[in-house]
Design a protein around this ligand. Structure first.
Ligand SMILES: [Zn+2]
Length: 221
């Protein structure tokens, strides 16, 4: 899916003896940030040596370039999630392009602040995802941009959010099923929202997922 950084969860696969490896990877991605929970999430990822992709909203990024620069310094990938998180069909093409370009510019400013060379390309995930019929994909094609989806989206965007335990169970279930089929995993979680809300349950669930020494791939608890 164009994302080259792998989460350290891949080490679990490498230690498994009953599952063929076949270059499988498990990756985490977080949408809608930065928000109030993002620094705590970055602490969790840093402590677990886990690199993720953050699909950032321009309107949240504008006041949090320091947080985005920290993401870059700590090895994460910054992705574009448009500026305002408009629903499909709301924005005329020209406005969608403008939102993507505004957010690209903020992302590149974060790389500059971090003192890290700008990337060859910036991954992009449209708000609410995109199926093959989504007309917004025509805009991406005009921009020569591909769309990054996910293999599972967690319910942590709901209000109220599920408990950390429920999120953890959902992640483990998907990872376990994927491992059993030899499939890559790209989880879509949410470190904030279009209202820049805190998402503490997500942080706690990721902390538990990455910190459980007893968990093994292919064994869904
Ligand atoms: Zn979103």
């Amino acid at each position: 899916m164009g994302i080259e950084l792998s989460c350290s969860l891949a080490r679990f696969f490498e230690s498994a003896t009953v599952i063929p490896m076949m270059n499988m990877s498990t990756q985490l991605s977080f949408d809608d940030g930065p928000g109030p929970s993002t620094p705590a999430l970055l602490d969790v990822l840093r402590d677990a040596s886990c690199r993720a992709t953050f699909f950032l909203l321009g309107k949240n990024l504008a006041g949090s370039l320091d947080v985005a620069a920290r993401m870059v310094r700590e090895g994460h990938v910054l992705g574009n999630h448009t500026y305002s998180h408009a629903r499909p069909g709301v924005l005329p093409d020209a406005e969608l392009i403008d939102e993507i370009e505004q957010t690209d510019a903020l992302i590149l400013e974060a790389y500059r602040l971090a003192g890290v060379p700008k990337p060859a390309s910036i991954p992009l995930r449209l708000p609410y995802g995109a199926d093959s019929q989504d007309v917004r994909l025509n805009v991406l094609a005009r921009l020569a941009r591909s769309h990054t989806g996910w293999t599972a989206i967690l319910d942590d965007w709901r209000r109220p959010a599920p408990s950390p335990d429920a999120l953890l169970d959902a992640m483990r279930r998907h990872i376990g099923e994927s491992v059993a089929q030899g499939l890559d995993v790209l989880l879509c979680l949410h470190d904030s929202s279009r209202y820049a809300e805190a998402h503490p349950a997500t942080v706690d669930a990721v902390r538990m997922l990455l910190g459980d020494p007893d968990w093994q791939p292919g064994r869904c608890l």
